[in-house]
Write a protein that binds this ligand. Structure first.
Ligand SMILES: Cc1cc2nc3c(=O)[nH]c(=O)nc-3n(C[C@H](O)[C@H](O)[C@H](O)COP(=O)(O)OP(=O)(O)OC[C@H]3O[C@@H](n4cnc5c(N)ncnc54)[C@H](O)[C@@H]3O)c2cc1C
Length: 461
């Protein structure tokens, strides 16, 4: 082999953003290598899928990435989309509390306030809830050392209302899961860092805010044309051979190489393999080659959600300024609403107002059919935003078993999975199942998997 990987073959199972990022990084490390991406569905992108609503471009899956984690922006730049980055036009958000919209207080860490003034002014908490939260800096206790759920920690320190009205809706927006079930270190590492540094979360958040340099950079980013544009650009830049509608069934190690057997019996022989699929699928794929990795992956639970897009004639709804509303758990079907045309005005046609609602979360699967979902979401949004007009266009996008739930102890299970996989030279895993569900975290995991596999392929000579 030449140093650039000519005559070598890397197989990536899973054509979501994690697998594609891995492919791109393998290509950068080994320009001459052959790369095959095996993808079960009919398209690349996984949870990234741009569609259309009311004649405009909208995301029917993930909406944007967190810019603070640099890897997704780095990938977009590396594939030539650096000039196409777009930030939301507004970041202001609301919380629905007892049927009233309250502003999400600024300057919180996952809903934990650094200052009590903005929290009090937002009126998100009741007077009693505010008093309870206000005593936190003086409560006894020690910095957290043991594993704990996000909800447990915050309820103990700041009271139940801060969990129910701030932390849970914010975390729910990312994981579609409950703060009471999500592991602090895995699901909210920034909050975990505060909890491990000081006894008081509020004081720790305040110290962090004081130490931070003022930053006007956008919090979220996407690319013009939507995330499917990014997917296509990454696949093209990585020069991958793509096998869509193809499920990989098993991965085995054969005297120094790998055999990836596809459903139907055909096999690919590879020098390195990245498994970039969700938990249960990864468990099946790894069963023969890294058996100890399979049980924790099999046990990883997932939440199913549906996104419902509705287009209304302009002026039909009374929307407040801002990018959307978080809806605390309760009787309502809708868990969050994005004011899509206000968040992304450049992608909206004049004359229409676009809303995108999120439905379902862990333990609450979506059991309505598409027509029922559209009708139910329209009814809830109609009440909230005072409309009697019918939507002129709609879509329903279902994301079944799409969001992993990082339960208590998640990171030690990931350590065990990575140790089992790491014992097999040339094999790596990537994806939302491990150390972060966001697009940026997935790109990071793809890059790390690629580095491992490329180093092995290069060392084989
Ligand atoms: C509705 C929704 C909204 C979201 N919004 C945001 C957001 O705004 N910002 C953000 O940062 N993150 C968001 N996320 C999270 C983020 O988009 C995902 O965590 C991320 O895209 C997952 O990427 P992945 O490549 O790890 O997995 P996936 O996207 O799930 O891709 C895995 C791929 O593997 C394929 N596959 C599975 N098994 C096999 C097999 N045996 N053989 C071959 N192929 C297989 C699947 O078909 C799939 O295409 C959202 C997620 C969802 C579901």
């Amino acid at each position: 082999m030449n140093a650039d990987g000519t005559d070598r073959h890397v197989v990536i199972v899973g054509g979501g953003i994690s697998g594609l990022a891995a492919a791109h990084a393998v290509r950068a490390a080994l320009p001459g290598v052959r790369i095959t991406v095996v993808e079960e569905s009919e398209r690349l992108g996984g949870a990234l899928l741009t569609g259309e609503l009311g004649g405009a471009t909208v995301e029917t899956g993930a909406d944007n990435w967190l810019a603070r984690v640099p890897e997704a922006t780095g990938l977009a730049e590396a594939v030539g989309l650096g000039g196409e980055l777009v930030a939301p036009a507004t970041g202001r958000a609301w919380v629905l509390v007892r049927d009233r919209l309250r502003p999400l207080p600024a300057g919180t860490v996952r809903g934990v306030p650094a200052r009590l003034g903005p929290l009090a002014r937002s009126r998100v908490l009741s007077p009693r809830g505010l008093v309870r939260a206000s005593v936190e800096p003086w409560l006894p206790g020690r910095p957290v050392t043991e594993p704990v759920t996000v909800g447990d920690l915050v309820a103990r320190r700041l009271g139940r209302q801060v969990v129910d009205r701030l932390v849970d809706p914010l975390l729910g927006g990312v994981y579609a899961g409950s703060a009471d079930a999500l592991d602090l270190d895995a699901a909210a590492p920034d909050l975990a860092a505060l909890a491990r540094s000081r006894r008081s979360l509020v004081r720790a958040a305040r110290a962090r805010a004081a130490a931070a340099t003022p930053d006007t950079a956008p919090v979220f980013l996407t690319v013009n044309g939507g995330l499917s544009t990014l997917v296509a650009a990454v696949a093209a830049a990585a020069r991958v051979e793509v096998l869509t509608r193809t499920r990989a069934a098993t991965v085995e190690r054969l005297s120094g190489a790998f055999r990836v057997t596809l459903a139907g019996g055909r096999a690919l022989i590879a020098d390195g393999v990245v498994v970039a699929t969700p938990g249960r699928s990864a468990a099946r794929l790894l069963e023969l080659v890294a058996p100890a990795a399979a049980p924790p992956l099999r046990d990883l639970a997932y939440a199913s959600v549906a996104l419902v897009g509705l287009a209304y004639p302009s002026g039909a709804l009374r929307l407040p300024e801002g990018s959307g509303v978080l809806v605390p758990a309760g009787r309502r079907l809708v868990k969050a609403v994005t004011f899509y045309s206000q968040k992304w005005p450049r992608s909206t046609l004049p004359g229409t107002t676009l809303l995108r609602a999120s439905v379902g979360r862990a333990g609450e699967p979506v059991d309505l059919d598409d027509a029922e979902l559209v009708a139910a979401v329209h009814t809830e949004l109609g009440q909230l935003f005072s409309t009697t007009k019918q939507p002129v266009d709609a879509f329903v996008a279902r994301w079944d078993d799409a969001l992993p739930q990082y339960a208590l102890g998640h990171l030690s299970r990931v350590d065990a999975i990575e140790a089992a996989v790491g014992a097999v030279p040339g094999l790596a895993v990537a994806g939302a199942a491990y150390r972060g569900v966001g697009i940026a975290a997935c790109v990071r995991s793809g890059n790390a998997a690629a580095a491992r596999v490329a180093a092995h392929v290069r060392a084989r000579g």
